[in-house]
Design a protein around this ligand. Structure first.
Ligand code: FES
Ligand code: FES
Length: 151
């Protein structure tokens, strides 16, 4: 049995330690907001936070997480920057098909956690690993700037 702290709750899961966290979230715990895109850490759709740091859950063995706090898209609105990012996403209608957007929001929130007023270069560097097939990059950049200005 593996104990995980997810969005503030302790969850016990009976899975092999080498199972990727993404599988545990989606298939075992029903937290389907985190998406499967590539499965090889190349698209960012599966991004979650470990102690506030963005990680790709598709390649993260669940047995290596230990005590670190997992935050998913289902819990990000409970964090101050996550709430600001989600509001800006809605205000600026960032989302197109939506498939990549959980990962985009997780990476954007992590950026604001360490860089409260990011410039274009900061945003490009932080978001480079999140692919959007719908091409919402311009609105993502504007939404991050709006969230950074909001109180
Ligand atoms: S599904 Fe994990 S990075 Fe693409
Ligand atoms: S909104 Fe469609 S892939 Fe990003």
């Amino acid at each position: 049995m593996i104990n995980l702290r997810i969005n503030g709750d302790m969850r016990a899961v009976d899975v092999p330690g080498d199972m990727p966290l993404l599988w545990v979230l989606r298939d075992i715990l029903g937290l389907t907001g985190t998406k499967f895109g590539c499965g090889i850490a190349q698209c960012g759709a599966c991004t979650v936070h470990l102690d506030g740091i963005p990680v790709r859950s598709c390649l993260l063995p669940v047995g290596t997480i230990g005590e670190r706090a997992i935050t998913t898209i289902e819990g990000i609105a409970e964090t101050p920057n996550g709430a600001k990012i989600q509001k800006a996403w809605l205000d600026l209608e960032v989302i197109q098909c939506g498939y990549c957007q959980s990962g985009q929001i997780m990476s954007a929130t992590a950026l604001l956690n360490v860089t409260p007023n990011p410039d274009d270069a900061d945003i490009d560097a932080a978001m480079a690993g999140n692919i959007c097939r719908c091409g919402t990059y311009v609105r993502i950049r504007e939404a991050i700037k709006q969230a950074a200005k909001s109180v």
